[in-house]
Design a binder for this molecule. Structure first.
Ligand code: SF4
Length: 310
């Protein structure tokens, strides 16, 4: 599960990938669900059989009490084997590390680009050394900027270095244009050249390069499939991409007789419309008077991807 603790962040990285719906807003999301309490996060985690949680933001530790209460509750509910990693742009001191011990397993520090050249004498390496001593898995997570290779000097004190392909977004478009960066293709948000900037250092065993297409397709797809498996109704068709497909009928009075002949549980009456197997609806659509269509959407009442009238 992805736990987005808050959109608030003290930094102003020009490449920040946050969308305007989240940036600067003090809102919490579990996956794409807006939530207000750890209990709601637990519900979302159950619905997808989450094995672990990635805590992110904004700057999650702009709201430390929130991070602590959510992480403690997740560990309490799912046990120590529920892996929790925390992304943060703050070089954590021993006091904060102590507060996170036992409820966070892995810390992903995001040092600002300004300190990359002098990373070995920065607070970030000092923080990584302390975190390692205290038993955390510790690494850096940074975007693939042209000078990302200089972070190689910190590898001996890190467990990993995650490099995310630089991505074009609404908020960073001006910064991208100022630097004359261009999109790699018309399909993804990846920036041309970002893969090469990371290519030399990516050969190191501790370095993981996460491409924009991997994040978009593989990670998202896996998450959707887990949610769909847990939440699909008996008549929902789960696709290989983790979306669900069902039929949608706005019944006229005379269609009610037809609906009565369907088995209990093979449809769901939503008041103004009925949801049922798309195959059953399609095979009977000609005999029905109400408006029918086939809906494909993300599971658990997620966004609608496609509506096909029958
Ligand atoms: S630290 Fe992360 S959330 Fe904050 S401005 Fe930079 S990229 Fe955005």
């Amino acid at each position: 599960m992805v736990l987005f603790v808050t959109g608030v962040c003290h930094r102003t990285c020009w490449y920040c990938p946050l969308s305007s719906e989240r940036k600067g807003k003090d809102l919490t999301f579990a996956n794409e669900w807006l939530i207000e309490s750890p209990e709601e996060a637990i519900e979302v985690a159950h619905r997808m059989s989450a094995l672990g949680t990635g805590v992110t933001g904004g700057e999650p530790l702009a709201r430390p009490e929130r991070v602590i209460s959510y992480c403690s509750r997740l560990k309490e509910e799912f046990g120590p084997e529920h892996q929790i990693h925390l992304y943060t742009g703050i070089a954590l001191d021993r006091e904060m590390l102590n507060r996170l011990a036992g409820i966070v397993d892995e810390i992903r520090l995001h040092p600002p680009e300004e300190v990359w050249d002098t990373i070995l004498t920065s607070d970030y390496v000092a923080s990584a050394v302390n975190a390692k001593e205290m038993g955390f898995d510790i690494g850096f997570e940074v975007p693939a900027l042209p000078d990302v290779g200089v972070l190689g000097q910190a590898l001996p004190v890190l467990d990993f270095l995650n490099i995310n392909e630089l991505e074009w977004g609404g908020h960073n478009a001006d910064g991208m244009r100022e630097r004359s960066y261009a999109l790699e293709d018309g399909l993804h948000n990846a920036i041309e050249g970002a893969r090469e900037w990371a290519s030399l250092i990516s050969k190191e065993e501790k370095v993981h390069f996460c491409s924009s297409s991997f994040k978009d397709s593989v990670q998202l797809r896996k998450r959707l499939i887990r949610i769909a498996r847990n939440t699909a109704r008996s008549f929902d068709h789960v696709t290989r991409d983790g979306t669900i497909i069902y039929g949608n009928l706005v019944p006229h009075e005379k269609d009610r007789e037809w609906l009565k002949r369907l088995k209990t549980g093979s449809f769901e009456d939503q008041g103004d419309h009925v949801e049922l197997s798309w195959r059953v609806l399609r095979s009977s659509a000609e005999t029905l008077s109400g408006e029918s269509c086939i809906i494909e959407r993300y599971p658990d009442r997620g966004i609608i991807v496609e509506v096909t009238p029958i």
